[in-house]
Design a protein around this ligand. Structure first.
Ligand SMILES: Nc1ncnc2c1ncn2[C@@H]1O[C@H](COP(=O)(O)OP(=O)(O)OP(=O)(O)O)[C@@H](O)[C@H]1O
Length: 253
C-alpha cells in the first residue's frame, strides 16, 4: 500500500481559483474562488452534478484554460500552459495509434517528446510496459487489447514521458456496469503498482468512494466546494449522499 507523502502537502495547490468563458462577449464564470490541495500520489476526485465545472477545473489543471483569478501551482510552479507534466487519459483510451503496436505506441510518444535515440526509447518503453504488466503484449495492436489493457498502455505512456499527474474526465461513464467495475479495479491496481497522482472527474458517488483518497464535492452554483472528504474504510455512500442531498439537492433530480 502506498503511503501519501505528508511532507508534500502542496503537490497540487489550487488557490482562490476562478475560471471563466466568454459567451456572446459576456463573461460566464462557472468556477468561482475555489481552493483545494492534493498530496503526491493522491487520488483526488471531483464529484458534482452536471455543469458544476468539474471538466473546466480539469482543463485548467491541464493548462488549457487560464485562471481569471487565483492560481494553480504544481510542485511550487504555477501552471500557465499545457505540459506533459499533466497528461489527459481520454475516454476509450483512443489516443493510442491503431496501426502501431503497444511497444511502438510508447516508443513513438517518447521519441516525439524527448530527444531519445530509438534504442534508448525502446528500453525506456519496455521498463514502463513491465511496470504496468504488459511486457507480454508489446507486439499486440490496440484492437487486440481489452479496455483495461488499453488504459494501462495509455498510462504507461504518460509515466514514461514523466507525467506527474494523470487527468481523467469521466473515462468510464459510457461503460456497462460490469466493465466499469473492472476498469475501476484495473485503475486501482495500476495505481498500486506504478504510483501516480490522479485527478479524476465523475458524477457517480460510488465511483468517487471507490477510486478517491480525497473527494471534493462541488455544487452547481458557480462551482463552489461544498465539502472535502478524506476517504477511509468507514466512508459510505449514505454519508456522501446525505451531504449532497443537504447541499446540492438538484444532484438527485
Ligand atoms: N467552452 C465553453 N464555453 C462556454 N461555456 C462552457 C464551455 N464549456 C463548458 N461551459 C459551461 O460551463 C459550465 C461548466 O461546464 P463543465 O463542463 O466544466 O461542467 P461539468 O461539471 O464537467 O459537467 P458534465 O458533468 O456535464 O460534464 C456549464 O454551464 C457549461 O455549459
Amino acid at each position: 500500500m502506498i503511503q501519501l507523502n505528508e511532507n508534500k502537502n502542496s503537490f497540487l495547490d489550487i488557490k482562490n481559483l476562478s475560471l471563466e468563458y466568454i459567451v456572446n462577449k459576456n463573461k460566464f464564470t462557472p468556477v468561482k474562488n475555489i481552493s483545494f490541495r492534493a498530496k503526491e500520489y493522491e487520488r483526488l476526485v471531483l464529484l458534482g452534478p452536471s455543469g458544476c465545472g468539474k471538466s473546466t477545473i480539469l482543463k485548467a489543471v491541464g493548462g488549457f484554460i487560464k485562471p481569471a483569478n487565483g492560481k494553480i501551482v504544481l510542485e511550487g510552479e504555477e501552471i500557465t500552459k499545457p505540459s506533459i507534466d499533466r497528461a489527459f487519459v481520454f475516454q476509450e483510451f483512443d489516443q493510442l495509434l491503431a496501426w502501431k503496436t503497444v511497444l511502438q505506441n510508447v516508443v513513438f510518444a517518447i521519441t516525439v517528446t524527448k530527444k531519445f535515440k530509438k534504442n534508448d526509447a525502446e528500453d525506456l518503453a519496455r521498463v514502463f510496459l513491465k511496470k504496468v504488466n504488459l511486457s507480454a503484449f508489446e507486439n499486440s495492436y490496440p484492437h487486440q487489447l481489452s479496455g483495461g489493457m488499453k488504459m494501462r498502455v495509455a498510462i504507461a505512456r504518460c509515466l514514461a514521458l514523466g507525467s506527474k499527474m494523470i487527468l481523467m474526465d469521466e473515462p468510464f461513464a459510457s461503460l456497462d456496469a460490469i466493465t466499469r467495475k473492472k476498469m475501476q479495479d484495473d485503475l486501482l491496481s495500476l495505481w498500486e503498482d506504478s504510483k501516480f497522482t490522479m485527478l479524476f472527474v465523475t458524477h457517480s458517488i460510488d465511483e468517487a468512494i471507490k477510486l478517491g483518497t480525497k473527494i471534493i464535492i462541488l455544487s452547481s452554483n458557480g462551482g463552489q466546494i461544498k465539502k472535502e472528504i478524506t476517504v477511509n474504510s468507514f466512508t459510505t455512500k449514505e454519508e456522501i449522499s446525505s451531504i449532497m442531498y443537504k447541499n446540492i439537492p438538484e444532484y438527485f433530480i
